[in-house]
Write a protein that binds this ligand. Structure first.
Ligand code: GDD
Ligand code: MN
Length: 372
């Protein structure tokens, strides 16, 4: 009986905290004003950095997609940093550049592959960056023509340090699940951004104020991501790091989705485990201006680091109970399983599983350089 009570309390906390947080954010903040100076006529120079590794299939479409942005070409600079792809990616970039001389494109070839973040750092170090804003984007992410213009308008406010788009996966098999995942999280991230900042940013389109990236020195390489970690550092510095609702990026659901989900969870988890300490150690942590963000960080930290384990313990208790044919646990386990017909619940459970799997995988390897 004691064990059953514990299991029920664990389940209550596990589902209750995120649910309350979501309801609170949705009602109190999601539709609030930004409290940011947004100026559509603000057109800074932008440097778009695209890391590539074995991307021959997508790279031309990606460059075409950037080329067709409604943004003055003279205000755009593209840097492709390739890490010795053996499928001719770099040659395709050269060919493309030869045909499109009206846009400033540089190709940087890393002498050896060390992973995405090291490649981006290589570009930051070895390339003159002329943009006031740096945008990172993945080769397989495609933007609407007005994405860049819509992103930059938020940087008119000097307090804004990072801006990321919302994500919708393009229609491909099983995108139902993926869609639900993004929808719930998009609302959460946007509402957090309206309060101050969100610690989770999206690699398909994430923009940073250049001088803040240089203040950081380089992208920290302990997580393997180029989005959430630098954005959180910027928020700890006291600048706003926001996800906006009016820019949406399509991302195809690729093969190997499962492993990739775990890898992303690994990166996120490492970001939650290490970024605050890193910010303090490096002198990026401003206790006064980070106060509001700190509250968001604490809840998200809990949701990523601790909360999934409550569910695991609860399931363990219930299954052991069921094994001994305890009727109460059987009922609870049955209800828990029945709920799986509900899509949001299923998505939630999967994400919990990814986070737990990520913790275990991180003990093995942090996935700074992943197989393609
Ligand atoms: N130069 C270089 N070197 N580029 C790389 C390397 C590398 O070793 N590894 C991956 N890339 C490039 C890919 O070519 C792609 O453009 C981008 O980095 C993202 O890699 P994907 O393999 O497509 O992984 P993903 O879609 O799961 O990555 C996402 O998750 C990360 C967070 O964990 C992206 O959204 C990243 O931006 C994000 O940081
Ligand atoms: Mn990708």
């Amino acid at each position: 009986m004691i064990l059953e009570t514990i299991a029920i309390i664990l389940a209550g906390v596990h589902f209750g905290i995120p649910l309350l947080y979501y309801v609170y954010l949705k009602h109190a903040h999601l539709n609030k004003h930004w409290n940011i100076r947004i100026d559509e006529s603000y057109k800074p120079k932008v440097t778009i950095i695209v890391p590539t590794y074995i991307e021959a299939k997508f790279i031309r479409d990606k460059l075409d997609n950037l080329y067709s942005q409604d943004y003055q070409k003279s205000l755009m600079e593209i840097i492709v940093v390739d890490s010795k792809s053996n499928d001719g990616t770099a040659d395709l970039v050269k060919e493309w550049a030869y045909k499109h001389t009206d846009v400033d494109l540089k190709l940087l070839e890393e002498p050896e592959r060390r992973g995405m973040v090291p490649a981006l750092n290589y570009a930051l170090k070895n390339c003159k960056i002329n943009g006031e804003i740096i945008v990172f984007t993945d080769v397989d992410a495609f933007w609407d023509a007005d994405a860049l213009a819509k992103i930059t308008k938020y940087f008119a406010d000097p307090n804004v340090g990072a801006v990321t788009a919302s994500i919708i996966p393009t229609t491909l098999a099983d995108n139902f699940l993926e869609g639900a995942y993004r929808n719930y999280y998009n609302q959460l991230r946007i509402a957090e951004s309206k309060i101050h900042s969100t610690p989770v940013h999206n690699g398909p389109l994430v923009a940073f104020r250049t001088h803040l990236i240089y203040k950081m020195g380089r992208l920290p390489s302990y997580t393997g991501n180029n989005d959430s970690t630098p954005a959180s550092l910027i928020a700890f510095m006291g600048y706003r790091a926001i996800q906006v609702e009016d820019v949406v990026v399509n991302e195809p659901v690729r093969q190997g989705q499962f492993r990739r989900k775990i890898r992303r969870a690994q990166h996120l988890l490492l970001s939650f485990l290490k970024t605050k300490q890193y910010a303090k150690r490096m002198g990026f942590y401003d206790p006064n201006s980070a106060k509001t963000f700190e509250r968001i960080w604490k809840i998200e930290w809990w949701l990523h680091v601790i909360n999934p384990w409550l569910l695991i313990i609860c399931v363990l208790i219930l299954t052991t109970g069921a094994f001994y044919a305890s009727p109460v646990t059987l009922i609870f386990l049955g209800i828990g399983l029945l709920f799986l017909v509900l899509r949001p619940y299923r998505t939630w459970m999967l994400q919990q599983f990814y986070l737990v799997a990520a913790t275990i995988w991180n003990l093995w390897t942090p996935e700074i350089m992943w197989s393609k």
